[in-house]
Structure formats: structure tokens, C-alpha cells
Design a protein around this ligand. Structure first.
Ligand code: SAM
Length: 289
């Protein structure tokens, strides 16, 4: 599934081109677009929805497996814990169903198409993705009140840097901000609301724009475009670090800033990776004017 997204946050929401982005996305979702294979956006979306639809079954199988490991009960008394896990799986299932229902409506996928995809996948013994669904569900608390602590540990450095950088900016001018690997977009909304210090802001979709796809590809036609590019827990995910830096450099306007927060610090000795930890650091790099 690996849903790759970027958000552009713009301090003048009037100028955002939602309809254009929606049309672009819907065109790529059309089964006639490009080659119909496992990488096609519609196939990936259908697989994601298949994963969410089968969330309960896939996870209950795992609970059953744990129940079958008597050592867990005899050494750790896990029976009670497994009952709690089961209850939470049922609660999460409600959210998964809501996600499927919203997504089918949003992307214009009919239930019969999803049913046919599911039937075909099961006929081919293709198991529904469990890991990506769990990872997506883990992002959910970051959006709301439950995520306040986590956000307060991380966001102030980035938001503070942005506020300082643009403190003296001419307020009539737009500041174009792009966030790569933005996940569910909470930071994007906070950037768009800079100056508003409410702990649980109401997320206004109109002030940010979600762009689906690999950021090294989807912004290929843009250059010298953004005042700021912000990344958070992102750069260290790169398969090709230099291509990420090249893309960021190309997209920034001359004099534009790259504000990066929380990156893994790797350490090597001659033989192996010796260190792999997140460091709470914020970096600001400036593209030469
Ligand atoms: C570690 S997560 C961080 C998510 C978010 N920034 C946060 O702090 O919670 C990295 C995210 O970057 C996305 N990602 C990785 N490579 C990407 C790329 N080339 N283009 C767009 N998104 C990418 C992944 O899908 C994932 O959602």
C-alpha cells in the first residue's frame, strides 16, 4: 500500500487549486490510465481497501495463534491481555469500515468493484495486507487529542523555525510551503494555521492540499517554486538520499529554506551499522540565492 503523500500548505488558502489536483488524481485512478498492472494506482487503492476490509479476520488469526502458544499463558498470564486485544480489534474494525466507506465514496469506487477485486484476490490466494493497515491505524492518534504529547515533543521546533524565518516577511505575499511524506497531514494543518495556538485545531481541508505519489516524481514539472520545504521523520526513509536532496533543491526558490525535523542518526564502523536512533534535532538549510 505505502501511501506516499505530500501536503502543500499555503498561507493564503484562496489561491489553492484543489479541483486541478482532484482531476489529476482521478485521471490517474482511471483503469484506462497507463498500464493496468499491480502498480496501477487503482489496483493499489483496491488492494488497500481489501486490506482494511479484512482487518478483523487477519488480526484475529494472529490472536488465535498466540492463544495456541501455551508458554505465553504459563509464563506471562497472557489470556486477559489477549481478550483486551480482541476487544480493540473489534473497535478498530469500526474505524476500518468507516475508512472503506469514505474512500469508496471519495474515489468513486463501487462496492461491486471492490467485491470483485476481493474475490479475485482470494481466488489467487493473495492475503490482505495487514502491516500497512496497522501502520495507517497507528497514524490516527497523531491527528487528535491523544497525539498532543507526541506533537508537543516534535512540532514546536519546526513551527518555531518557520515563524522566526518569516517573522519579518511581507504579510501580503504568499509563503508556499511543501511537506513531503506528510502522512495524515497534521503538521501541514498546523503550518497552515501558524499563529493560532490551539492544542486541538479544527483541521480545515481548504487550507492545505494533499498530493498523492512519490515526491521525486509528482513534482517533476516544478522548479524554484516553494519558499519552504519541510520534512519530519522523512529524509532517513530515502532509498536514494541524493535524489531526495536534488528534488528538494530543485523545488526550492533561490533563498528558500529546507526545515527538517527528527531524523535518524546513523553510525557505521568498518563492518556494520552501529547506531540507528532518532535525534530530536531541527535543521534549516538555505538554497543559495
Ligand atoms: C516515517 S513516516 C513519517 C510521517 C510523518 N511525516 C510523521 O512525522 O508522522 C514517512 C512517510 O514518508 C512517506 N514517503 C516515503 N518516501 C516518500 C516519497 N518518495 N514521496 C512521498 N512520500 C514518501 C512514507 O509513505 C511515510 O508516510
Amino acid at each position: 500500500m505505502n501511501h506516499r503523500t505530500s501536503w502543500t500548505a499555503n498561507w493564503n488558502p484562496e489561491t489553492l487549486s484543489y479541483r486541478q489536483e482532484e482531476q489529476r488524481l482521478l485521471a490517474r485512478l482511471n483503469s484506462d490510465y497507463g498500464t493496468w498492472n499491480e502498480y496501477h494506482l487503482r489496483r493499489r487503492l483496491l488492494n488497500a481497501l481489501y486490506g482494511f476490509s479484512r482487518y478483523r479476520e487477519r488480526n484475529l488469526v494472529e490472536v488465535q495463534r498466540w492463544r495456541g502458544l501455551p508458554i505465553l499463558e504459563s509464563t506471562m498470564g497472557y489470556r486477559k491481555k489477549l481478550i483486551q486485544v480482541e476487544e480493540r480489534i473489534f473497535r478498530n474494525e469500526v474505524l476500518c469500515k468507516a475508512i472503506v466507506s469514505h474512500a469508496t465514496e471519495f474515489y468513486g469506487i463501487e462496492q461491486k468493484e471492490l467485491d470483485a477485486h476481493t474475490k479475485e484476490a482470494e481466488k489467487n490466494n493473495q492475503v490482505a495486507d495487514k502491516v500497512s493497515v496497522s501502520q495507517a491505524l497507528k497514524q490516527r492518534p497523531r491527528l487528535g487529542r491523544e497525539g498532543i504529547q507526541e506533537r508537543e515533543d516534535a512540532f514546536p521546533c519546526i513551527l518555531g523555525s518557520l515563524s522566526t524565518l518569516y517573522l519579518d516577511a511581507d504579510s501580503s505575499k504568499l509563503v508556499k510551503v511543501l511537506l513531503h511524506g506528510a502522512s495524515l497531514g497534521r503538521l501541514g494543518h498546523e503550518v497552515a494555521s501558524l499563529g493560532v495556538t490551539v492544542p486541538d485545531i479544527d483541521m480545515k481541508p481548504s487550507s492545505t492540499l494533499l498530493v498523492e505519489g512519490d515526491f521525486t516524481v509528482v513534482f517533476a514539472d516544478q522548479q524554484n517554486h516553494y519558499d519552504v520545504i519541510t520534512t519530519h521523520f522523512f529524509i532517513d526513509k530515502a532509498q536514494n538520499l541524493m535524489s531526495y536532496f536534488d528534488t528538494i533543491h530543485r523545488l526550492l526558490k533561490p533563498g528558500g529554506k529546507n526545515v527538517r525535523g527528527k531524523e535518524a542518526e546513523y553510525g557505521f564502523n568498518a563492518r556494520a551499522l552501529t547506531k540507528n536512533v532518532y535525534k530530536a534535532q531541527t535543521w534549516v538549510a538555505r538554497k543559495k540565492s
